[in-house]
Design a protein around this ligand. Sequence first.
Ligand SMILES: Nc1ncnc2c1ncn2[C@@H]1O[C@H](COP(=O)(O)OP(=O)(O)O)[C@@H](O)[C@H]1O
Ligand SMILES: [Mg+2]
Length: 631
Amino acid sequence: MDILRKLEHFREEENKLKWEGTFAEYLNILQERKEVAQTAHSRVYEMIKSHGQTKEHGYTKFRFFENEIFGLEDTVERLVNEYFHPAAKRLDVRKRILLLMGPVSGGKSTLVTLLKRGLEQYSRTDDGAVYAIKGCPMHEDPLHLIPEYLRDDFYAEFGIRIEGSLSPLNTMRLETEYGGRIEDVLVERIFFSEDKRVGIGTFTPSDPKSQDIADLTGSIDFSTIAQYGSESDPRAYRFDGELNKANRGMMEFQEMLKLDEKFLWHLLSLTQEGNFKAGRFALISADELIVAHTNETEYRAFISNKKNEALHSRIIVMPIPYNLKVSQEEKIYEKMIRESDMAHVHIAPHALRVAAIFSVLTRLKISKKQGIDIVKKMRLYDGENVEGFNSVDLEELKKEFPNEGMDGIDPRYVINRISSAIIRKEVDAINALDVLRSLKEGLDQHASISKDDKEEYLNYISIARKEFDEIAKKEVQKAFVYSYEESARTLMDNYLDNVEAFCNKHKMKDPLTGEEMNPDEKLMRSIEEQIGISENAKRAFREEILIRISAYARKGKRFDYKSHERLREAIQKKLFADLKDVVKITTSSATPDENHLKKINEVVARLIDEYGYNSISANELLRYVGSLLNR
Ligand SMILES: Nc1ncnc2c1ncn2[C@@H]1O[C@H](COP(=O)(O)OP(=O)(O)O)[C@@H](O)[C@H]1O
Ligand SMILES: [Mg+2]
């Protein structure tokens, strides 16, 4: 079995990474690879950098976030440049709690989870290796063993600054287990793992009344007090709170502002001083990056409360707005669907795009700039060219509302509506119209949409609908014209034969009966009318075509329907007009004739093979375009 072999391989790799040795041996490692002793903040930053970066349109794009976080390049860049980077350099921001503030379902948790997974991964690489005092529940930094009075000497020799003091537990172990011989203390390589509670912690506030500080800082182990004789013996304490476990790595605080104040103070002391208080012990040093998140309402309530004033200055707030680019929004939905139980459902082309158009419109603010309506703004934001506007205008637009993206429709709403559309439809295929309809119907149930909002949102749904109508017509036309390459050629040859006969005043021969007949005036006009050639102008047009044909012939080239731009347009339009009839007839009459059916089937096949439809959605599309054409 493949999987068993892989398991074995995995175990081998794990074992290869393991390392254990004495403190003295650990110093050998440090001598060669200083970065092993870096701080938690620096480790996070180096981890992000290790995935590489590119410069694009004036901003730095960090590849680490690339396939997970969409459309927030400037937010991410700011996060790295204003927090992770300076914090890694031990600048003052490190002493503040990083608070991600943004609207619901805007990707805050996703961002933090990504960092956590990234760190776990990084700790398994050479560059990201982490070492700790063996057997310590807080995986304490071995360098804490170096006594305070030797740290300057240590810096002189190794160029590494040591922060924090040896914990009560390890102070005691040093004496009892190692007889005070620091160089003998065992050190091991550790691997961050949220599941195993190593270097990654998460805290979610529960009901404020039942919140227990022990969840953060650990608690006395009553079963061992008898053995050790006292509550203040560190061996009788379980250092298993989230703050203990997250030491050396990072700690996530979900919904931080729901926390009880006394919890917040612990956090502040930890970020500010690098230590926190647990049980009856002296302060415990810890090195961890604290990242919290909250929504805007909670944040406003928090800062408007005078009592919290002292806390403000110790928090660094990073706004995480919604994505404002339609094409990126589509990617968010694709990802969410891939990860959901809808992954098997056929989603017709453009279905996610129309939903994305709608969502982005609800998030944009209407500009006061001349000549820029909300649809144009949407296109500019998505990097499209809009006539009369350039990148300078785009930058100005972005600056017009610094708070843009902090409200509007959230991605989860869209995904929920898509999922309810699927349930209702009972076939595993949904299209753009199903999605728009479902988005519309859901507005009534949406908790945070006011009456005014709703009106506006309905308008955005109809804008999205119009966009779709255009896309749908064009797509069917394209599919039709293509699968009629052959028909186009035949029609063209037919037209040219008639034009030739007309200009030379010949009769034509019926290919079957051999009978003589006049050129088919009706056929020629039906093509010429497509490009607005009047009855009076028809002769000139036909003669011009004839001249072109002989010019081609002289050069030994074959004149076909692509050789003449206007004629080509006329032929395509004529074919599409025929399609209208075909579609109209097929969708309206119960028994379309065989010829029509054949044509329809060809277009359907083309839509499936080349444009990503399946037979349900392709037929739905044709029927819809048919109804549009019937209007
Ligand atoms: N900009 C974005 N890039 C990628 N995914 C996003 C983005 N915004 C939202 N999502 C997706 O929306 C869902 C909700 O996001 P989440 O991180 O839980 O939001 P929050 O914590 O801000 O409420 C997740 O599935 C997430 O992947
Ligand atoms: Mg969240």
